[in-house]
Ligand binder design. Structure first.
Ligand SMILES: Nc1ncnc2c1ncn2[C@@H]1O[C@H](COP(=O)(O)OP(=O)(O)OP(=O)(O)O)[C@@H](O)[C@H]1O
Length: 487
């Protein structure tokens, strides 16, 4: 039976103690949830476990044997597989080729160079897919798969290599309910096949539904070991943050009617139009591939997003007071640049002279935003690459709060954000609208979408497929109906 033990692991980056004397264990047939605030050390820990980082002190043991990994390839060879958030799937190759990448079966015919044995490859891929209960065709090009399906391909690839420990890093961050359920089914099957699973998530309700045990990290230390369910959300949050949050997860917006402000954006789509007024948060719902991402990019003036953009170019959109927080944070951040420079980057054009004269004020504004959004560590000159994923996401949001904006386009704005910081971001979005700003918000987190939005437009393949306006039926049941009937 597989047993992975982490004994007294420490790791620092410069002045940051990312892990301090961390000990935990997980056995085959168990799902261990690993939770903690943004910057708590979760990614650092799994990077050590999978051979990406080397620890300063401490040891990892697999079945009692010390494991000294020098690369992810060595981790894989030992049966430890990480499914990261940025999936590595080759779009031009088929599902089967991706699953067997690096281990493709070959056929030898005398006098000719060995070639790929396509029949064997398909059969092998099919068998792995069957083991995890996934009905994907082995010949489908990976480029045609949804994010959720690509994730399953990466998991299938791991299993093809006989994974003993599978580490899933926030796997449900951009999945909708049915895809989450499919993923959970796969994880449960793996558990039944004696794989040890480490599961990282900020969606605390998932911990309850899936995990057998739970470890909570705070500031690089283990602050709670919970050995059996239930894992009440209040207790998890208290362990994560060290304080009691009044009502974690709730967002304080009471809408009831469309704000009376002047229309600021008119969005024409196939199937209809919708408006976003001053003071309004216009929600967009849709399953993956709904076209919401492209719509927000189009409203931001991106030339490759299809359809006419109201501003012609990104530069013009920014000058007109529009800001976009894209779903992939890497698209809006320059990783090698500091937190401060990323925050002011979008405004350099308009404010170059003022900025040169008011360096001190900019520093103050950046410090205020870092405090407001709890960006950790509070080091404005640290390169963004050195921040945890959730803290990078906060920077992607902060850059549109430093100067006056008229319109914020938000695509999954709280992706990867912990529950306490999520409430801070919600407060900012609400305050922005209350001051007369217009927000177009796309989110696969339905409670978030419902709590913040005044109206919700449901998209399907770029078409307007449904609409919810304030009234008695504005709620989760109706939204699910609209989403699922438009699927
Ligand atoms: N390459 C790096 N260089 C410098 N500091 C780093 C580096 N990677 C992580 N850190 C720091 O280590 C600490 C732990 O970060 P880590 O990414 O492990 O957190 P996390 O729990 O995964 O957070 P999140 O939920 O936001 O993904 C943070 O303070 C972070 O800024």
């Amino acid at each position: 039976m597989t047993e992975l033990e982490v004994c007294g692991l420490s790791k620092h980056f410069g002045a940051t103690q990312a892990l301090a004397d961390v000990s935990l264990s997980v056995r085959g047939g168990q799902v261990l949830a690993l939770i903690g605030e943004n910057g708590a050390g979760k990614s650092t820990l799994i990077k050590v476990l999978s051979g990406i980082h080397r620890p300063d002190r401490g040891e990892v043991r697999l079945n009692g044997q010390p494991l000294r990994l020098h690369s992810p390839a060595e981790g894989m060879a030992a049966g430890i597989v990480l499914v990261p958030q940025d999936l590595h799937v080759v779009p031009g190759l088929s599902v089967a080729e991706n699953i067997l990448l690096g281990h493709l079966p070959t056929r030898r015919v005398a006098g000719v160079l060995p070639s790929i044995d396509r029949k064997a490859m398909r059969a092998m891929a099919q068998s792995v897919l069957q083991d995890i209960g996934v009905a994907l065709h082995p010949d489908t090009p990976a480029g045609e798969l949804s994010f959720a399906e690509r994730q399953l391909v990466v998991i299938a690839r791991a299993l093809g290599r006989e994974a003993r420990v599978l580490i899933l890093d926030e796997p449900t961050a951009s999945l909708e309910r049915r895809e989450v359920e499919r993923l959970f089914d796969v994880v449960r099957r793996l558990r039944a096949q004696s794989v040890a699973v480490i599961y990282i998530s900020h969606r605390l309700e998932e911990v309850e539904g899936l995990a057998d045990r739970c470890v909570v990290l705070r500031d690089g230390r283990v602050v709670a070991h919970m050995e059996a369910p239930p894992f009440p959300i209040g207790q998890l949050v208290e362990a994560m943050t060290g304080r009691v949050l009044a009502d974690p997860g709730a967002s304080p917006r009471e809408s009831g009617q469309i704000p009376a402000g002047a229309p600021r954006l008119r969005v024409a789509l196939e199937g209809g139009t919708f408006e976003c007024r001053s003071g309004e948060i216009a929600g967009i719902g849709g399953l993956l591939g709904s076209g919401a991402k492209a719509l927000l990019r189009r409203l931001f003036g991106a030339s490759d997003a299809g359809g006419a953009s109201p501003h012609g170019s990104i530069r013009h959109a920014i000058a007109a007071g529009v800001g976009l927080v894209p779903g992939e944070r890497a698209h809006s951040l320059v990783m090698s640049m500091s937190v401060r420079d990323n925050i002011v980057l979008a405004h350099l054009d308009a404010y170059a002279h003022a900025f040169a004269r008011h360096e001190g004020r900019i520093d103050e504004a950046v410090a205020r935003l870092m405090e407001l959004l709890d960006i950790r560590p509070r080091s404005p000159h640290l390169p963004v690459a050195h921040l945890s994923g959730g803290n990078q996401q906060k920077v992607a949001f902060a850059k549109w709060l430093v100067a006056r904006r008229e319109v914020l386009l938000l695509d999954e704005p709280t992706n990867g954000i912990d529950i306490a910081a999520k409430a801070l971001i919600h407060e900012r979005i609400i305050a922005f609208a209350a001051e007369g700003g217009s927000v177009v918000l796309s989110s696969s987190d339905l409670p978030e979408l419902l709590a913040l939005s005044d109206t919700i437009s449901v998209l399907r393949q770029g078409r307007l497929a449904g609409r919810m306006e304030p009234g008695a039926s504005f709620g989760e049941a109706r939204l699910r109906d609209l989403l699922e009937s438009s699927a």
